[in-house]
Design a protein around this ligand. Structure first.
Ligand code: 0L1
Ligand code: MG
Length: 261
């Protein structure tokens, strides 16, 4: 019975994504008492549906990793979602605005995983030892909810607002950088709109990947070799519009760009 309810909520959110239209949050429209645990079951239905359609997982991603976002949402734990192959935009490429609802962009550090990482008890140092490379990325989030208005269970059910990702092309050794000291700026049409450092991500971006491994362990899952994982935003998110030229500068880690067409 409840399983059917989760499937119905998943269909509601998948339709919103496919039809590029915003909807009322699940807790207002379909299930006011949705818990975070149930929301991950809804997310799971969405993931399975995409897999059945032949979509491929690029990797999980962490969201709400900054203290500012957690405080804003009244939560003390980040969330995760999944990035799929159809969400990838090539570096320097075009993001078609009309494929999306009300996109925002944020600057993140991505980890290419070299060995499986299985929780519980994983630490940031263990993550770094099992990371093949790190690279800069711009994540485009696009909540399916009207005005990005949601509660924690709503956003978990909505695959953590995941929509598109532009990965940089320079893969660097994690040993070559103090990732917590990396400074990123996010510019739109040549104007810096947001900036931040790696330490904004749970003190160090590797801590976010460790937390992800530990959260996945609760449901008997692990981070897998070859996954490319977004660790969470260094900067605030900036609203996008047609014609925007977007650039993320990550110091020695490199640059990521795209335009909105
Ligand atoms: O990647 C993220 O941090 C997105 C989490 C969802 C919050 C939002 O849509 O603003
Ligand atoms: Mg993000």
């Amino acid at each position: 019975m409840l399983n059917q309810k989760y499937k119905d909520i998943a269909d509601y959110l998948i339709s919103a994504e496919e039809e590029k239209r915003e909807v009322l949050k699940v807790t207002a429209e379909l299930k006011p008492d949705l818990t975070v645990e149930e929301a991950y079951q809804v997310q799971n239905e969405i993931i399975n549906k995409k897999l059945e359609e032949g979509r491929k997982i690029i990797g999980p991603k962490m969201g709400l990793t900054s203290q500012a976002k957690m405080t804003q949402m009244g939560v003390d734990e980040p969330i995760y979602g999944y990035v799929f192959d159809y969400m990838l935009i090539e570096e320097g490429g075009k993001v078609p605005f009309h494929d999306l609802i009300h996109p925002k962009v944020e600057a993140e550090i991505a980890f290419l995983i070299g060995e499986d990482i299985e929780g519980p008890g994983v630490t940031g140092d263990q993550v770094l030892a099992k990371t093949e490379s790190v690279l800069p990325a711009l994540e485009i989030i696009d909540s399916r909810y009207e005005n990005f208005n949601f509660t924690l269970p709503d956003v978990v059910a909505d695959n953590a607002s995941t929509s598109r990702v532009v990965f940089g092309t320079a893969f660097k050794s994690p040993k070559a950088f103090e990732l917590d000291l990396v400074e990123a700026t996010l510019s739109i049409n040549g104007e810096v709109k947001e900036s931040g450092t790696g330490s904004a991500v749970l003190g160090h971006p590797a801590n976010a990947i460790a937390m992800l491994a530990n959260m996945l362990a609760r449901k008997g899952e692990k981070i897998r070799k070859g996954e490319l994982i977004l660790s969470g935003a260094l900067t605030g998110a900036v609203m996008l519009k047609i014609g925007d030229s977007v650039s993320g500068q990550f110091g020695g880690l490199g640059e990521v760009t795209f335009t909105v067409a």
